[in-house]
Unconditional design. Structure first.
Length: 154
């Protein structure tokens, strides 16, 4: 009930990622929440319901609700352009958030406090892969190890 009414009342602009009311095309239908996400709210028969704008964007563009979570690729919670959204599992979303916070490639840690000559350590889980001069070298070793051990690159 709400979903059909939602698509009748709002129009999604995939270039900007914003929603506009169909009866007032210049008035935005999405509102910024304190947590940084946008929400679209509608009322039907004296009942009010809110929808997370990134999920509505996915629904508007693909014609179906996302099966899992929606990740904002550039980490901007209010950027709901379709090119910035990807469908993912909870694990993939958490991993993407973790990766964006890191300044070094996956599998590489700064060990300059231990080794001044080769300050970058490569490690996969609890398997130590050695110290290297550059983070690129360490990541190369990490990637080769993963490919050998698991049969694919990560």
């Amino acid at each position: 009930m709400f979903e059909e009414e939602l698509l009748k009342r709002v129009k999604y602009d995939q270039e900007t990622g914003f929603f506009y009311w169909t009866n007032r095309p210049t008035k935005r239908a999405d509102a910024l929440l304190p947590n940084g996400y946008l929400m679209v709210r509608i009322s039907v028969s004296n009942m009010r319901k809110g929808f997370m704008a990134h999920r509505v964007a996915w629904f508007s563009y693909h014609g179906r609700w996302p099966l899992g979570e929606i990740d904002h690729i550039n980490k901007d919670k209010a950027d709901n352009r379709i090119i910035n959204l990807r469908e993912c599992t909870r694990g993939q979303n958490v991993a993407a958030q973790w990766d964006r916070k890191r300044s070094l490639p996956r599998g590489v840690t700064n060990a300059s406090h231990t080794n001044k000559v080769n300050p970058y350590m490569a490690q996969c889980g609890n398997v130590y892969l050695g110290y290297y001069k550059t983070p690129e070298e360490a990541h190369e070793i990490y990637t080769a190890y993963k490919k050998t051990r698991y049969g694919k690159e990560f």
